[in-house]
Structure formats: structure tokens, C-alpha cells
Design a protein around this ligand. Structure first.
Ligand code: SF4
Length: 333
């Protein structure tokens, strides 16, 4: 059932990349929602389709990739139906992106404030100079940047400051959703936390929602409200972050969470890194079965559907069976 707070609904999204040997299904029937004022974490190893799925949402997929089918409903409109001009107006204003390596994508020949002014004036037309300056300084305050950087160029800022400048730019037009693609990955651990805390502050103050793409489960645990786990182009589980960490329902989520090190224990991954599949020729049935310690005969036959096994915890795995009273129990194998 649709959550009344849903602002983005992604339904059965498929994004394929053409290769001479056939299509790679980089995002293969992915469905999830984002709710008002939440941070949804999207995790999975490299190549799991996290950035492709959000690229489908943002309509930034370029050839040889293509959006094959699905719906992306933002604030009641299916934006996959939008033309280029509608998408241009939507970007920054309702839907903003902090791209991978965002701090390196800043224009080195323009001051930070001129780049933010450019975003504002492109969408809203020419602004009063004093009002525009005050608006930009307010954006800096929101992300914890000092006003003295107003006339500075990107190379004069540290990595963390540049990343916060990108967050300031992303909120310049009051979007309802920001996609942060590995926004903290290139930063050192301390600065990662500062940038993540900045996103939390923005979320609380502006009630803006985030999709935060990453692979650092420890950082995700501290920042996100819900967590979605992807593997090889498919969504395997989505749940509130506490439920996910306390009772993961999918074997792959269990393995990811189990591999997060603690102060007293070094841990290694419980799955064999080498056993995977050719993305152009995925296995039948469950996409994870070649690496799953619980794989059964049924796992090779049909792709497991996404089912709600606990309140607001959805998983795609044949281990979960529906009982007569409609609840789900996990089989032991
Ligand atoms: Fe493992 Fe089967 Fe569940 Fe896939 S469906 S995760 S192979 S038990």
C-alpha cells in the first residue's frame, strides 16, 4: 500500500545498456519509494545498479544506455513522460543532484557564489544583486560555510568545504528531493562525517528528502532513515535502518551487515568474491543464487517477488513463506 508521505515512487524501472553481446540489465525491475523528509540510503557493491537506478530517476542515462520501461512518479507526475524542456525546468527546482565527484565538477574559473547565482538566475531570471548575495550567504550558513568564501574559487576550499558548497547549490531552489551519489566517498573519514551531518541538518531544517548512494554501511547506519540494498541491477531488500541492522531479512543484507567491523572484531565477507555472473547472461531465478549460502532448487526456477515480511520491511527471497494467517516466516534450510 502506498505510504501517504511518498513524494517519489519508482515502479518497475528498467534501464539497459546495449553491448555487442546483448543488453546488460543494469537496473532490472526496481521499485521503491522516497518519503517526505527522509534519507533513503541505496547500498550495494560496485556495479549493483545504484547510480543507474537514480540515473533513471533523474533521466541522465545516455547512450548506449536507455530507459526501457517503468514509472517514476515525482509529486504526482510521471516524469518519464516529461519532454526535455520539462525536465530542464524540473532539475534543481524539484529534483537536485549532488553528483559523484561533485567537488571536482565545480567550474574552476568561477567563484562558488557565481556558480550558485548562475543556477538561481537560470531558473528564476535576473535577480536583485543585494537580495541574491543575501540568499547565497544564507545558503552558506545553512551548510556551515563561512561568508568569507563568497568571493573564493573552488581551488581555495578544502574537499569538505567544496562538497558542502555543492550541497548549498543543490538546495538553492528548494528542491523536494536531492540525489547524493557517493557524495562522501572521496573524503577522509572525519570530513565524511561532517558532510553527512550537514545533509542530516538540511533534511531536518528544510524537510527535503535525500537518496544517498554509498557503500559505507557504518556511515549509512548513522545517517539514513531507511536502507535499500541492491545487487546486480535488482533491489533485494528495503527497510527502516534499525530493522535492517537488527533483523536483516535477505541473505545478502545479512552478509553486508555482518561484514561491518567493530572495535573488537575484524570481519571478512562471508561470500566468495570470485563467484559472480556475466551481467549479459544473468542466472535464472534469483539474481543472488550463485553467491547465496542458502540457495535451493526453487531459487533457480523463479525470480523471488518483493514481499512485505514485517511492517515496512520488504524482501525478495524464496526463504520467506506466507502462512495461512497472511504473515511471513523464514524457513530454515
Ligand atoms: Fe538465496 Fe534463494 Fe533467497 Fe536468492 S531466493 S537469496 S538464492 S535463498
Amino acid at each position: 500500500m502506498r505510504n501517504p508521505d511518498t513524494i517519489l515512487e519508482v515502479d518497475d524501472l528498467r534501464v539497459y545498456y546495449a553491448t555487442p553481446q546483448g543488453d546488460v540489465k543494469a537496473c532490472d525491475g526496481v521499485s521503491f519509494d522516497v518519503r517526505a523528509g527522509e534519507i533513503l540510503g541505496l547500498v550495494g557493491e560496485s556495479g549493483s545498479g545504484k547510480s543507474t537506478a537514480t540515473g533513471g530517476v533523474l533521466r541522465t542515462i545516455s547512450s548506449p544506455g536507455r530507459i526501457v520501461s517503468g514509472r517514476v512518479v515525482l509529486d504526482s507526475d510521471d516524469i518519464l513522460e516529461y519532454n526535455d524542456e520539462q525536465m530542464r525546468r524540473l532539475r534543481w527546482s524539484k529534483l537536485a543532484l549532488i553528483p559523484q565527484g561533485a567537488m571536482n565538477s565545480l567550474n574552476p574559473t568561477m567563484t562558488i557564489s557565481a556558480q550558485i547565482a548562475d543556477v538561481i538566475e537560470t531558473h528564476e531570471g535576473r535577480q536583485d544583486e543585494d537580495a541574491l548575495r543575501e540568499r547565497i550567504l544564507e545558503l552558506f550558513r545553512r551548510v556551515g560555510l563561512p561568508g568569507r568564501i563568497y568571493s573564493m574559487y573552488p581551488h581555495e576550499l578544502s574537499g569538505g568545504m567544496k562538497q558542502r558548497a555543492c550541497i548549498a547549490m543543490s538546495i538553492a531552489l528548494d528542491p523536494i528531493l536531492i540525489v547524493a551519489d557517493e557524495a562522501t566517498s572521496a573524503l577522509d573519514v572525519v570530513v565524511q562525517r561532517v558532510v553527512a551531518q550537514t545533509m542530516l541538518k538540511i533534511k531536518r531544517e528544510l524537510n527535503v528528502s535525500f537518496i544517498m548512494i554509498g557503500h559505507d554501511m557504518g556511515l549509512m547506519a548513522q545517517v539514513v532513515d531507511r536502507l535499500a540494498v541492491m545487487y546486480s541491477g535488482q533491489l533485494l531488500e528495503i527497510a527502516g535502518v534499525e530493522d535492517m541492522f537488527e533483523s536483516p531479512a535477505h541473505p545478502y543484507s545479512e552478509i553486508l551487515i555482518d561484514s561491518v567491523p567493530t572495535l573488537t572484531e575484524r570481519k571478512s565477507m562471508r561470500i566468495n568474491e570470485g563467484i559472480t555472473h556475466d551481467p549479459r547472461n544473468p542466472p535464472s531465478g534469483c539474481i543472488f543464487r550463485l553467491r547465496c549460502p542458502f540457495a535451493m532448487a526453487a531459487c533457480a526456477e523463479t525470480r523471488p517477488p518483493m514481499v512485505e515480511v514485517r511492517p515496512d520491511q520488504l524482501v525478495a527471497c524464496h526463504l520467506w513463506k506466507k502462512t495461512e494467517d497472511g504473515s511471513y516466516v523464514r524457513q530454515s534450510v
